[in-house]
Write a protein that binds this ligand. Structure first.
Ligand code: IVH
Length: 674
């Protein structure tokens, strides 16, 4: 075997950082990922492992350094490099056209004016400062002159670049200050609300509050758990860099690595602007984020400067805002849904009504205490609100109670399995304690297939049908479904069924961190699952972990540690894990398994093609037992590629990179010799 070309750790770390940043950009900014999540994870994990081995190579702008320590004495106040103003609002087409007249009068009536329209995201405004291309500081808007220093929290957002992308060799400006809106995407907000309710906490009333609250968490690890995102919409300070119009600036910001809203548009007359605003109002309910209006800006910066501002409000821009989003309708019923952790969520069934551009027929009702405090009764007319939030809420009765209505009570028994409902001391939420409750099982399956394991082609409807047919009642059941069983279900044909089965099969390769996330362990969200996987490396280590060992994991405090330890010591859960392991689900963290010291320590192999004498997993296990790592993709770091029958492109890649190619015989010899 010839010696593999190995780059120095420093060079590899630099290369991995560049790759990780590139793929984050593809994912978050261009919305066009080139890698699967697992392949991205492998790069990230390799970087993390190298940095762990060589702590001197760690630098604050490394993508692994997103979650840092809490600020010792709370958030400092910081002065903005230039004031962050606010926008004058207009609410009618007439007011809009009056503004355009004023703009024209001030600029001279012959001058053409173009406008840029941007959805006005309902989140929390922030300023990000980059010095020589490196992220240095992030702050909230505050009073416009001074905000709070939330540098560490903003760093946890993968969509905030830590280092600006190079522009054809031109250096980024010495100081660049950009402004944007941090927001909670609606899908994430719905999940977050559910999790808050399950944990007995009061959920945020809307996505904006949730975003602002998440940004002001003292512990960045908490912010990191929230799926916050950013749309950058402007520049504060930029020296003399950048283009002369708002429209081109958005493109420039995107090239620098910032996430800008792809829905922005440039229009050349105020009539078109008015039409577009009306169209936006109708689209409002279909976006993945909340907006409370449209921002209209004069495109040219020269014109913007000529127009200037009045009391910190630019004359060159307006916020076109819609009427408030509340309506009155009748509360037809209150249903109770059982979530995947057994929490009971009351849901209002409403007479359908138009609220803020969408038809609303159901709304959340948080919990029994809340319903009773507001005295919301079935049969009453109620006020429904979508105050910039996804999930409409019942605010309260619209007037007097109808005669004959009575205060609502949580049912005594679970609506699905009839088990007696419990409300643990000190908690606000009721729970169904039956672990076999059908709804709980179903929700767990939705979570597993939809979020955790990302099983394509197996959506909620399929799972519901499989459940109703009695074919799937647990996670392991999902792996026993056959193509024949699927193809007879409505919505499937032979090919789609085979595809769905293939993606169920593929989910067995999902990394251990995702498996942990999918297992529905109380208070184990995506970030904690990942931290646990990194720290312990295997389910066996987790089962063996004591409470204090669990607390060593980032983000795991005493409360969580107790719940996690309880979950893993439960016999039924252990049986579930064993069954999933037997089915081939990853119960060991591939990249992060604690390194075994052995004769192959430090070496990294890739296996491709079918091996004759042993299964691929067994070859992998044998190599790992000797301390080697076995990874999915060939890189400059790979020691050797083991090639079996009908190898894939990995063998070619090995040749290209000059990585030694080993036959199955070489492998046997290698294993025997040690
Ligand atoms: S431009 C002088 N553009 O709206 C202020 N603001 O009232 C210029 N916002 O604090 C702001 N999306 O939180 C601008 N595309 C956008 C925006 C936007 C949301 C928020 C921002 C700001 C408030 C202005």
């Amino acid at each position: 075997m010839t010696k593999a070309k190995r780059s120095s750790p420093a060079a590899r770390v630099a290369e991995l950082r560049r790759l990780v940043e590139h793929h984050l950009y593809r994912y978050h900014v261009l919305d066009d990922p080139e890698l699967s999540d697992a392949a991205y994870d492998a790069l990230y994990d390799e970087l993390q492992a190298l940095e762990d081995q060589h702590p001197k190579l760690v630098s604050p702008d490394s993508p692994t350094q997103r979650v840092g320590a809490p600020p010792a004495d709370g958030f400092r106040k910081v002065a903005h490099l230039s004031p962050m103003g606010s926008l004058e609002k207009v609410t009618t087409a007439e007011a809009l056209s009056k503004w355009a007249d004023d703009v024209r009068k001030r600029l001279g009536t012959d001058e053409p004016v173009a406008y840029v329209l941007e959805p006005k995201i309902d989140g929390s405004a922030v300023s990000l400062v980059y010095e020589n291309g490196v992220y240095m500081r992030g702050a909230t808007r505050g009073d416009g002159l001074r905000g709070e220093d939330v540098t560490g929290n903003l760093r946890t957002l993968q969509s905030v670049p830590l280092r600006l992308l190079e522009q054809d060799g031109t250096r980024p400006p010495d100081v660049l200050e950009v402004r944007g809106e941090i927001y909670f995407p609606l899908a994430g907000f719905a999940q977050f609300t559910e999790a808050q309710l399950a944990a007995g906490r009061k959920p945020a009333p809307n996505a904006r509050n949730a975003a602002a609250g998440s940004l002001r968490q003292l512990n960045p690890a908490v912010t990191a758990e929230r799926p916050l995102s950013i749309y950058v919409y402007g520049v504060g300070v930029r020296g003399d860099a950048g283009p002369p119009t708002q429209w081109e600036t958005l493109a420039w910001l995107r090239e620098l690595g910032f996430r800008t809203n792809p829905d922005a548009e440039r229009l050349e007359s105020i009539e078109e602007v008015a039409e577009a605003c009306a169209a936006w109002e109708a689209r409002r309910g279909q976006l993945g984020y909340e907006i409370d209006g449209i921002v209209i800006k004069v495109d040219s910066f020269v014109q913007q400067e000529t127009l200037g501002s009045l009391h910190g409000r630019p004359r060159f821009a307006r916020a076109y805002k819609w009427a408030p989003t509340a309506a009155v309708t009748r509360l037809l019923a209150i249903h109770v849904r059982v979530g995947r952790t057994g929490v009971l969520n009351p849901l209002a069934e409403l007479e359908p009504v138009q609220v803020g551009g969408v038809t609303v027929s159901s709304a959340t009702l948080h919990n029994e205490d809340d319903i009773r405090r507001k005295d919301i009764r079935v049969g009453d007319l109620v006020v429904v609100q979508r105050a910039g939030d996804v999930i409409p809420q019942v605010v309260g009765p619209a007037g007097e109670h109808e005669s004959g209505t009575k205060p609502w009570r949580m049912p005594k028994r679970c609506p699905l399995c009839r088990t007696g409902i419990v409300k643990p001391e000190g908690e606000v939420m009721h729970r169904c304690p039956n672990r076999a409750c059908p709804s709980r099982g179903l929700e767990t399956l939705y979570h597993w297939a939809g979020s955790a394991m990302d099983i394509e082609g197996v959506g909620g409807n399929t799972i519901k049908k499989l459940w109703d047919e009695g074919l799937v009642r647990s996670l392991p059941d999902l792996y026993r479904v056959t193509t024949e069983q699927l193809e007879v279900l409505e919505g499937y044909a032979e090919i789609s069924a085979a595809r769905a089965i293939a993606s169920i099969e593929r989910s067995k390769e999902q990394p251990f961190s995702r498996v942990l996330f999918g297992l529905n362990i109380p208070k184990v969200g995506w970030v904690i699952a990942r931290n646990l996987a990194l720290h312990f490396g295997s389910v066996d280590a987790l089962v063996a972990a004591t409470q204090s060992e669990l607390e060593e994991v980032e983000g795991v405090g005493p409360d969580r540690a107790v719940l996690i330890a309880e979950w893993f010591s439960d016999e039924e859960n252990q049986a579930l894990v064993a069954e999933l392991r037997d089915l081939g689900i990853q119960m060991v963290s591939a990249e992060q398994a604690r390194p075994v010291e052995g004769s192959l320590t430090g070496q990294q192999f890739v296996i491709t093609g079918t091996l004759e004498s042993l299964k691929r997993e067994d070859a992998k296990a044998a190599l790992e037992a000797l301390g080697a790592k076995v990874s999915e993709s060939v890189s400059g770091k790979t020691t050797g590629v083991i090639v079996g029958e009908s190898p894939g492109s990995k063998a070619q890649k090995a040749e290209k990179l000059g990585v030694p190619v080993l036959s199955e015989d070489d492998l046997t010899a290698l294993l025997r010799a040690r």
